[in-house]
Each structure stands twice: as structure tokens, then as C-alpha cells.
Write a protein that binds this ligand. Sequence first.
Ligand code: FAD
Ligand code: SF4
Length: 421
Amino acid sequence: MIEINDMFYAKSSDAAIAEAGEYGGAVTTLLKFLLKEGIVDAVLAVDSSADLYDVVPILIEDPEKVVDAAGSLHFGTLNLAKFITRYLDGAQNMKIAVTVKPCDAMTMVELMKREKINSDNIIMIGLNCGGTMPPVKSRMMMEQFYEVDPDSVVKEEIAKGKLIVETEDGTEKEIPIDVLEEEGFGRRTNCRRCEVNIPRMADLACGNWGVIGPLAGKATFVEVCSVKGAEILEKAKEAGVIDLEAPIPKGIEIREKIDGAMVKLADKWQVNDWESIEGREIFSVLTEYMSDLSRCLKCYGCREACPICYCDDCCLEANNGPDWLTKGEIPPSPMFHLERMLHMAESCTNCGQCEEVCPGEIPLAKIWHEVNTKIRNTFGYTKGIDEGKPPIAFFPSKERDESGLDKAIDEQPPIAPKPVP
Ligand code: FAD
Ligand code: SF4
């Protein structure tokens, strides 16, 4: 009987899937099994579109098509939680199995706490993640460091701390990631600071770390993180679609060691990016970044990309709330950023979506990650894990009804429009 905290080396018993998968195709096998058995209505995964740098979410309903999305895409910087709230109605009426990096998984948990995603309808197949790379900058990296045409790259892989790329003529080139990062390339800056590599908030956490011996490179290390995860794995094993074996104890040790080393590296990047994290209190963080924030064009890109920003009527839009922002004025008043901070900072999972889209190149993820860390240290609220308490500034609807907050908001007199000068 499989239980929470159990660990396995897993690989597909289907040779074609094992070959197509990144490390033995266990994830693809589980997704296909869930769909074929009708346990879920759809699978949400990612695939490359125009090229390897253009990674898009895909919703799969045909079990035979799941294998087309096999493999790990390190230029895949999406946040799949946003896709579920915006386009799939928060899985309210549809059962979905989704592949999640730690930042996807943590965001899902925050949105579940905020009643925006239906946890009963979601199965999270977690992927360990040491980081993703920014698509545009990575194209430059291919030219400058690998000296190849970015369009000729047909495969990318991270192994033993190196980014290995293969071009269409079969040539392979590899460069250590820390060398790339010293030159300002490599992983996204938010990923470098990220201290969660194994998504234990998902139902299963899958990765290559710790797979040693004859199965090295041919199987995935699976850690069971929930009852749901245990049941899925048990069913797949009974159906004979997945091969499981006990991990080599030394492999478990190695996995822990690599994770620990990555957490230490993330701490170093945090200190580097935030200078003195202990020194600054929450509000002074914004003051520190005033000159960066003055590049804001009020394009609302960060709000649109942010998975925690989900209100239909945003109080930062004219006519939707207090008259905090003067129309046509850029940069907007700091209220713009302060209001966003109050709405999302405690749940910010450092997914980097805001920073990626900002035309003002404001280091938004760096700012909000620091604020979030200070909130955690001050109030003891940790993003991305379900500790049975709601986010600090959020009332679940039942509590809102009881507190009379919704009624009070409804009864508030409308705000008179400002006279046009
Ligand atoms: P497959 O059967 O190949 O299935 C992989 C599934 O993941 C596919 O459904 C695919 O659509 C989906 N997927 C691919 N890229 C993404 C993405 N960017 N976001 C969301 N879903 C995606 N393991 C470690 O132990 N250490 C690491 O440092 C590490 N870093 C990783 C970084 C990234 C960006 C990714 C995507 C994975 C990483 N992994 C890491 C996990 C590892 O590469 C394999 O995904 C895992 O071992 C499962 O292998 P598999 O053959 O079972 O997966
Ligand atoms: Fe301002 Fe950048 Fe946000 Fe646009 S994305 S509103 S420029 S901070």
C-alpha cells in the first residue's frame, strides 16, 4: 500500500513513452492514465510552439496526445495557475491533472485558499525545478556564448549543473550554468532566489535528482506528498502502466544534499539581490525602489500577468474605486504599487510573471519577493503551503458574510466623480 512520504524510482512500462519522456516518462504515463481512466477530464501541460523558446500551455483531452507534450522545457516560464483561473473557471466544473513547477504549485495553493481554484478537481503532478531561463535573453545567450544560431537549437537539457544544447546538425555544446550566470545569463533572476526546488505541496514531486545506479537518466524519483498522490500511484501501479522500485538509499541522500546546496545558493542570491534583508522593514522596501518604480507606464501588464491578481473589477481602474490615480498621469502615484502590494504580496510566489512583462524593466519580482519574505518573517504566514489558515488580508466568503464586510461594502455610498478642470 503506497503512503505519503513514500519514495520510488519510476518509469513508464510503455517503451515509447519511456523514450519520449525526459527521465523515463513517469509523468506522461500518469497523466495519460488519469485521462484514459476518466479520473480527470483534461490534462494541462506545456509544449513548445513556434520554437523551443516559445513555450505554451496546452489542454489535452485525448489520452493518445499526452505523449506529444513529454519532455522538460527550461524556457517554459509560464504560471499555469493563472491559466486555470482565467480560462478554466478555476476548475469549478472540470477535473484537471496539471504539471506544476514549485512556483505553479505554490500559486495553486494560494488560489485554493482564496477560493479561486477548486482543490477537489485538481491533481498536481509536481516537477522538481532548479530554475527556468528567460526566452529572449536565452536567444542572445545562444549567439554570444554557444556561438550558434538560436533558431538552430533543437534540444536543450540541464545535467550536472550544465546547460547542454543540441543544434539541428547534431552538434552538442555545454556550458556550466554558474559561468553563464556570472555573465548575467542562465536562469531567471527570480529562479536564482527561489528556495523551493521540490514541490511537496503538490500531490507527487517528480525529478531526476537522486536517481543513481542502473536507472540513472532513465527513471524519475517520485516522492508521494498527499493521499491523492498515493492513490494515483497505487492505481497506476496496479494497472501495470508504471514500473516502481525502491530508491537506492545513497540516492535519497544525494537528492537531499543537492536540494540543500540549491537552497543555500538561493539564500546567497537573496542576500546579493536584497543587500541587507534583515535591515529593511516592509514599507521601506518600496521607498528603496522609488527610482525604479518611476519608470512605470501604468500599462497594467504586471496586474494582468500576476496570478494572484484576479478581481473582475480592479480598484486601480477609473470608476471602480476611490480616486487614487489621476488619469493620464505617468508614472502613477505610488498608490498603484502599494495597492497591488496589499492585494497580493503575502501570497506572492516569486513566479516572475510581472517582471517578465514590464516594459519599464522594473525589477518587480525582486521587490515583491523581498516584501513577501518580510511578511513571512514578521507575521509567520508562509505562501504556497496549506497550514489551515487563510491569507492575512483575505476573508473566505463565509467569514465575510458573518463579519458583515460584504454588506458594509455594498452599502457604501458611491464616490462622486472628480470635476473635470
Ligand atoms: P515527462 O514524461 O517527460 O513529462 C514531463 C511533463 O512536464 C510533460 O507533460 C510536460 O508538458 C511538462 N513540462 C515540461 N516543461 C514544463 C514546464 N516548464 N512547466 C510545467 N510543465 C512542464 N528535476 C530535478 O530533480 N532537478 C531539477 O533541477 C529539475 N529542474 C527542472 C526544471 C524544469 C523547468 C522542468 C520542467 C523540470 C525540471 N526537473 C528537475 C524535472 C525533470 O526534468 C523531469 O521533468 C522529471 O524527472 C519527470 O520526468 P519524466 O520523464 O517523468 O517527465
Ligand atoms: Fe508599471 Fe511595469 Fe506594471 Fe506596466 S508592468 S504597470 S510599467 S510596473
